[in-house]
Design a protein around this ligand. Structure first.
Ligand SMILES: Cc1cc2nc3c(=O)[nH]c(=O)nc-3n(C[C@H](O)[C@H](O)[C@H](O)COP(=O)(O)O)c2cc1C
Length: 158
């Protein structure tokens, strides 16, 4: 399937249903839930925009890899997404505990839609770049800034 064939509403897909962001480093995969981000076009490519805070263990995997996997699940997996979004892979083997199965391509067998992505751009947000302090004060009081990743959607698997 091509990215252009995705007919789902992106606000619902990412913002309401959430996704898993995962990457693999030295043969080990870590994943976390994300509900911020977007899909669009950049540099003439179909891309996703993903935002990961400095504190996330997943960030270490994303930074070490040139690939990123975005996985979308049916409503049955909401509890799993809650778990993957509250516990860190630093303290538990989340993938195992969540009952998720990794394929040989490091995608999840249970996902209903998977985007295999290639990292193109990564930039950490800086306090001085915010136009007003509203979002800064609300979301970054502890200084745990997001890094924005722009990733090319290379493959969409159903
Ligand atoms: C619904 C939901 C959405 C989330 N969205 C994001 C996000 O977009 N970016 C982010 O950095 N963390 C987000 N989180 C938090 C991480 O998923 C959470 O901190 C997770 O435990 C990190 O796991 P890790 O340390 O194994 O990477 C979200 C959590 C939930 C429950």
């Amino acid at each position: 399937m091509k990215p252009e064939e995705i007919t789902k509403n992106v606000f619902d897909m990412i913002g309401k249903q959430w996704m898993l962001v995962s990457a693999t480093k030295d043969g080990k995969t870590n994943a976390m839930t994300a509900s911020w981000g977007g899909l669009g076009v950049m540099w003439g490519k179909n891309v996703a925009f993903v935002f990961i805070r400095e504190s996330r263990y997943t960030k270490e995997f994303v930074d070490a890899s040139d690939k990123m996997i975005l996985s979308f699940f049916s409503e049955d997996y909401r509890k799993m997404l809650g778990y993957m979004g509250t516990v860190s892979g630093r303290t538990e083997d989340k993938i195992e505990k969540a009952g998720l199965t990794l394929t040989e391509n490091n995608t999840f067998e249970q996902a209903k839609l998977t985007m295999v992505c290639k990292k193109l751009f990564a930039s950490e947000m800086k306090a001085e770049d915010f136009v007003s302090n509203e979002e800064l004060d609300k979301w970054y009081k502890d200084g745990d800034m997001h890094t924005m990743y722009v990733v090319e959607i290379e493959d969409v698997l159903m």
